[in-house]
Write a protein that binds this ligand. Structure first.
Ligand SMILES: Nc1ncnc2c1ncn2[C@@H]1O[C@H](COP(=O)(O)OP(=O)(O)OP(=O)(O)O)[C@@H](O)[C@H]1O
Ligand SMILES: [Mg+2]
Length: 241
């Protein structure tokens, strides 16, 4: 469904991504893992159209997204949950969610999508009139995810949804991601530093290091890989299947 072909992305003269290629098959969850500064945000922001690659191409099915502006990429069914959530803190939960649905309007489709978000995160229904800035970090992440779902995406791009959250909340968020994928068939591209969680969820994974893809494969394989254990898991052994 998504094909990123040998893209180079620069900030000024500094190259943040070099020859990066990834593929995401329809209906799967693909994880990109990598340390701070590896280029994860740069990659998802480029797919969402917020940055332009200097070289290479990005395809969504047969459509070339490479030089299309963000709002049109969104209209093609690609929604980004950005790093740090980027909510409107003074606005209510409901108004934040509405921002994600502006393209779908306020008709029946919008209300169905809103019901689905409240089914996934019942707490957001309870808190729908509360200002988003007064929610807990986990609840704010739920709003950010919900807002993206209101665009009714085919492809969901998630930039470190677990950042700064307690383990139990991370579990809730990751369970929701799994449900979105399984129950709605939404394709997911997840970037994470939380390597174990990201690999548990994924169908396939890539390792990004210093702007390059250095490894790829099925998650079980990567979890057994000594280099990955050394680099990201402090060399500790992992729980078995
Ligand atoms: N706006 C910017 N201007 C200049 N350089 C940038 C900018 N944004 C990111 N970079 C650089 O590009 C590289 C990749 O950054 P990026 O934010 O994509 O990494 P990341 O993998 O998302 O890291 P993190 O896990 O900390 O979020 C880093 O070297 C970073 O310093
Ligand atoms: Mg980042």
């Amino acid at each position: 469904m998504l094909r990123v072909e040998t893209i180079d992305v620069f900030y000024g003269e500094a190259r943040a991504l070099a020859q990066v290629s990834i593929q995401v098959e329809e209906g799967t969850i693909v994880s990109i893992i990598g340390a701070n500064g590896a280029g994860k945000t740069t990659l998802v922001n480029t797919i969402a159209g917020l940055l332009r690659p200097r070289r290479g191409h990005i395809w969504l099915a047969t459509q070339d997204l490479t030089r299309i502006p963000p709002h049109r990429i969104c209209a093609q069914g690609v929604a980004l949950v950005p790093e740090g959530r980027r909510l409107f803190h003074r606005m209510s939960v409901l108004d934040n969610l509405r921002m994600g649905g502006y393209a779908t309007g306020t008709g029946r489709e919008f209300h169905q999508a809103l019901e689905w978000v409240f089914e996934l995160f019942p707490i957001l229904y309870e808190r729908r009139h509360q200002r988003a800035g007064t929610l807990s970090g986990g609840q704010q992440q739920m709003v950010a995810l919900g807002r993206a779902l209101l665009a009714r995406p085919r492809l969901l791009l998630l930039d470190e949804p677990s950042l700064g959250l307690a383990p139990i909340v991370v579990t809730q968020i990751f369970q929701a991601i799994r449900r979105i994928n399984q129950e709605r068939g939404t394709t997911v591209l997840l970037v994470e530093q939380n390597v174990v969680r990201a690999l548990e969820l994924a169908t396939r994974a890539y390792v990004l290091s210093d702007g390059r893809i250095v490894q790829e494969g099925p998650p079980q394989e990567l979890l057994q890989d000594d280099r990955i254990r050394q680099a990201y898991l402090g060399g500790e052994s992992l729980p078995g299947p």
